[in-house]
Design a protein around this ligand. Structure first.
Ligand SMILES: Cc1cc2nc3c(=O)[nH]c(=O)nc-3n(C[C@H](O)[C@H](O)[C@H](O)COP(=O)(O)OP(=O)(O)OC[C@H]3O[C@@H](n4cnc5c(N)ncnc54)[C@H](O)[C@@H]3O)c2cc1C
Length: 666
């Protein structure tokens, strides 16, 4: 059975244009049958109420997104688009403009010009026939990230609701909500398919834990995927448990660099294929965004609810254990667990690098991008909606880099769209200046964008309080924990908004860093890997329990991947002993240590080597027929004849086949 399920039923998509009782019809854009060059963004689903599509063309209009819909009644329809002018948060003008085209007719309004917030904008009116499939297109006009959530066709005069609760209720009334319970239940559900989540799922399954991995993107890997392109840093197979890292080694790309590379280097398929291992009780399901949890009276999570980012189908899945590997602490926050965000003040843990007073500053979000050099000069629009870049502030850059960072003062989990947008605005503004105005523009004449990440990568977001919070003092004090697991092999690498950039632009889009060593690698305590406030919630990846400063060292992928392996091992113990993550520390720590010492069971080998001097034939319909050491005796004359026809000499003579005994006929 295929174990990666790209959650996308085309039959379902065909039904995505929904008839309203009033004669109106809602068409969700992420459900268009052909997305053309538009990309689906689910990351603000909780804020917007849905995924949306975006024309991510780096300044060149992308191919139309196309679908069809039938309308029950003929008439003159008003067509509304739920959209926004994304750059209006910071600048004048409208970067991402698009039109709706119905049966070949472009409706008059240039959409995406309506204001900085999501709202319905009237595209125009159109006469539609009854019962005939009408073609609907989203036509990008700029290539600069115009976006659309849904289209509403109505013969009435009402504006559709926009406020989130009202919008949800309205969609429900339209029959928009499609909900079902999952057919299977699981031992462990891991939410978030970055390096950490993959390592948890892969390891847990090797201990017989039936594991479901839910990932909201079309590929696995998170920051390490071809969609974001951050290479894995840190070291594996060292410290008190050198066997940690073996699972990571199987799924991690072979090559990496500190700059973004072409897509193939991130080996998305390698991560996906790990879930095809024969007999492994693990499944990864892509394009599924977890938006809610259900809890029992004892505070345990009993189920998570997730939504297909294309079809909108909603599913409830139950399990006895869960793991938050979302990087944003999404599950822990939904479950009401205590979380940490920003920088703890000096008073919290007395850390040398903590600010005097706590604040909500985090390390920023970065959009990776790469360019190419063409044979001829390549134009780029001299945009009038960009940031005011000058010769003093321009970055003479040819691609993405660690210091191109945004969102340091925003909420990484709840303001994801604006943070990504500001990163894009900075890239486009800088590039437009480089190509059109910079003193050294001749050097950039033939250079063109090859790729820009449509989502970008988050360095830091919500961290969840576990039974222990790792701090800078632990690292600098070289603390040896009884429950130490994988070791940290990265400096305290703290990023800050670059003060010069912040002064020039108000909201920063560049950063600088402080590296501070602390001696030898320190092993992260197991107690940082489960939530203090929810009895059955493991933590993996960016949201584990540590202070902001300690996080600056823990956060690299090889460390987080190994910690994911530890969580997988602990989940195996929870299943075997029927215990909670906390009880693994309190009652079964020795067993966890034995597992970390031994390392996760290797992937089942596909291997025709049994050792020894045996001989046996293998016929697809008859199975194995041993010649030696346990000669088959119960052979039909046809089998004997077939084997003799192969004319093989046997090292050990078979009594029946080689004529050294009597033939027993069945
Ligand atoms: C620009 C940049 C440079 C960096 N440089 C380095 C470096 O050089 N070396 C290094 O090792 N590390 C580096 N890091 C840090 C490192 O990439 C991350 O800390 C690490 O990848 C985090 O892994 P993760 O699995 O915890 O999270 P992620 O990789 O963020 O994966 C989490 C996944 O969960 C998914 N998800 C989130 N919410 C939901 C939901 N509700 N439902 C379903 N799925 C969900 C997300 O889409 C994502 O795919 C860098 C990070 C950035 C952004």
């Amino acid at each position: 059975m295929r174990k990666i399920w790209v959650g996308l039923g085309m039959a379902f998509l065909a039904g995505a244009a929904l008839a309203a009782p009033s004669g109106g019809k809602l068409v969700e854009c992420e459900s268009f049958s052909d997305l053309g060059g538009w990309v689906v963004d689910p990351h603000s689903m909780r804020q917007i109420g849905s995924s949306y599509v975006m024309a991510h063309g780096y300044g060149k209009p992308v191919r139309d997104a196309v679908t069809t819909a039938k309308f029950p009644a003929a008439g003159r329809y008003a067509v509304w688009a739920r959209t926004r002018n994304w750059n209006a948060v910071w600048t004048k003008g409208a970067a991402g403009r698009f039109q709706v085209v119905v049966d070949g007719t472009a409706l008059p309004t240039e959409l995406g010009t309506n204001g900085k917030d999501w709202d319905w904008q009237l595209a125009g009116h159109v006469e539609l026939p009854a019962g005939k499939a009408v073609e609907i297109r989203l036509r990008d006009l700029t290539g600069f990230n115009g976006r659309c959530d849904a289209l509403w066709f109505t013969t009435g005069s009402e504006t559709p609701p926009n406020e989130l609760a009202a919008l949800r209720a309205w969609k429900k009334k339209l029959g928009q909500s499609r909900f079902r319970d999952a057919r299977e239940s699981w031992d462990l559900v891991v939410i978030g398919g970055g390096i950490s989540g993959i390592c948890v799922a892969q390891t847990a399954a090797r201990y017989g834990v039936k594991t479901l991995l839910l990932q909201d993107r079309p590929v696995l890997g998170g920051c390490n995927s071809s969609e974001i392109r951050v290479s894995a840093g840190g070291a594996i197979n060292m410290g008190p448990y050198p066997a940690l890292g073996n699972v990571l080694r199987e799924i991690m790309p072979v090559h990496g660099d500190y700059v973004p590379l072409p897509a193939k280097f991130y080996e998305d398929e390698r991560k996906e294929m790990a879930f095809h291992t024969h007999g492994l009780p693990a499944r990864a399901v892509l394009n599924q965004y977890v938006y809610d949890v259900e809890k029992g009276d004892d505070g345990r999570i009993t189920a998570v609810l997730y939504r297909d980012t294309r079809t909108g189908e909603e599913i409830r899945v139950k399990a006895s254990l869960f793991c938050d590997a979302t990087g944003d602490g999404v599950i822990a926050r939904l479950a009401g667990c205590a979380t940490m965000y920003g920088r703890e003040g000096r008073d919290a843990y007395n850390e040398p690098n903590a600010p005097k007073k706590a604040d909500r500053q985090v390390m920023g979000h970065s959009i990776q991008w790469i360019t190419r050099v063409d044979a001829k000069p390549v134009d780029f629009p001299d945009i009038d909606w960009g940031l005011p870049i000058t010769e003093e502030t321009v970055g003479y850059v040819r691609g993405g880099a660690w210091w191109q960072e945004a969102g340091q003062y925003r909420d990484m989990a709840d303001d994801t769209e604006s943070i990504r947008d500001y990163g894009l605005l900075a890239i486009f503004s800088n590039w437009s200046f480089l190509k059109n105005h910079a003193k050294r523009k001749a050097e950039w004449a033939n250079r063109a964008f090859e790729w820009i990440s449509p989502i970008g990568g988050k360095r830091e977001s919500y961290r969840v309080v576990g039974d222990y919070v790792l701090t800078q003092l632990d690292l600098e004090g070289q603390k040896k924990f009884d429950d130490g697991t994988a070791v940290i092999t990265w400096d305290v690498d703290l990023h800050f908004p670059d003060p010069r950039n912040e002064k020039a632009f108000g909201e920063p889009f560049r950063s600088c860093a402080l590296h501070r060593g602390y001696g030898d690698p320190v092993a992260v305590p197991y107690r940082c890997l489960y939530a203090r406030d929810c009895p059955n919630l493991f933590l993996a990846g960016r949201d584990i329990s540590c202070s902001h400063v300690a996080f600056a060292a823990v956060r690299v992928q090889k460390t987080l991947g190994m910690l994911g392996e530890v969580v997988g091992m602990a989940a195996g113990i929870c299943k075997e002993k029927g215990c909670t993550p906390r009880a693994v520390y309190a009652e079964h720590l020795q067993l966890l240590k034995e597992r970390m010492t031994k390392g996760a069971p290797p992937r089942a080998q596909y291997c025709a080597f049994w050792g020894g001097l045996h001989e046996k034939y293998h016929f697809p319909d008859l199975g194995f027929i041993p010649i030696w050491p346990h000669p088959a005796t119960n052979l039909t004359p046809q089998t004997v004849e077939a084997i003799r026809a192969l004319k093989m000499d046997h090292r050990h003579k078979h009594p029946l086949i080689d004529g050294v005994g009597e033939l027993q006929v069945k």
